[in-house]
Design a binder for this molecule. Structure first.
Ligand SMILES: [Zn+2]
Length: 263
């Protein structure tokens, strides 16, 4: 059996997040502890692109591999997260909500999570030049499996085009907003030319995982370095199943019905 490959999902590193967003904002000191723990355990940190290249080629993934990803593209990635990652030699994949570059996190407001400033185009260029892998995270952060096919396709394709125009290089990976996806959205991601996509699932990925729905573990603000170490070694998290669980499918039907009645 091949080893587990933990893919961590962070959103924000901040000591002063807006009220309502605190569960997703990991404090700076705690984030530094997480990175120290990774180093202390001798974990081999890869980007999503590096991992995908290995698994696509059927090449062995380094033992103790771990991937650090950030979703959304909040401006605190540049000010708080990347300086610590870079100092620790940890690569990262940053998934950016491409229609809100330079703006604010409009999609969070209805959920009462406030408005966070987003990275601007210049920030993204500088981060990419500095070695950050930039991936797409749709244009406006909708639930792609409930918005209708045409809109989902535009969100997936246009975010790739928009980020490539900013960066002047290919954008190879996509992350589903909220992790929500289905067979149709996965096919759209492949058709749009991405080589991988990240889901959520709060489980550990592995070499046989679905390349277009990679399992990630969401790191919340209250996740101690000790707890995270237990996630990495499988004490506090399990390996992702290859097939989608029935519970997820039922929840999707509920969300679809809600989306329909809200139109
Ligand atoms: Zn997101």
């Amino acid at each position: 059996m091949s080893q587990d490959i933990p893919i961590l999902l962070y959103h924000s590193v901040s000591d002063d997040p807006p009220a309502g967003f605190t569960p997703w904002a990991v404090g700076r000191a705690l984030f530094a502890e997480h990175l120290d723990m990774l180093r202390g355990l001798g974990r081999v940190c890869l980007s999503i692109g590096e991992l995908t290249e290995l698994t696509r080629a059927g090449a062995p993934v380094p033992e103790a591999a771990v991937v650090v990803t950030f979703d959304d593209g909040f401006s605190d990635f540049a000010s708080n997260a990347w300086p610590l990652l870079k100092a620790g030699g940890v690569p990262a994949t940053l998934y950016v909500t491409a229609g809100l570059v330079g703006g604010t996190s409009e999609w969070l407001e209805p959920a009462g999570a406030g408005r966070l400033p987003m990275l601007g185009a210049d920030d993204l260029g500088a981060l990419a030049d500095d070695g950050v892998e930039i991936g797409a995270h749709s244009m406006t952060h909708p639930q792609l499996d409930t918005v209708g096919r045409e809109r989902a396709w535009r969100e997936i394709r246009d975010s790739k085009d928009a980020l490539e125009a900013i960066l002047g290089k290919p954008v190879e990976t996509f992350a589903y907003p909220h992790g929500y996806h289905d067979r149709a959205t996965k096919k759209m991601v492949a058709d749009a030319g991405y080589s991988s996509a990240a889901a959520v699932r709060n489980a550990l990925s592995h070499a046989g995982d679905d390349r277009f729905a990679l399992a990630r573990y969401t790191v919340m603000a209250d996740c101690s370095a000790e707890h995270l170490a237990g996630v990495l070694d499988g004490r506090n998290a399990t390996r992702a199943r290859t097939k989608e669980q029935v519970r997820t499918c039922v929840w999707r039907q509920v969300r679809r019905l809600r989306a329909r009645s809200a139109r």
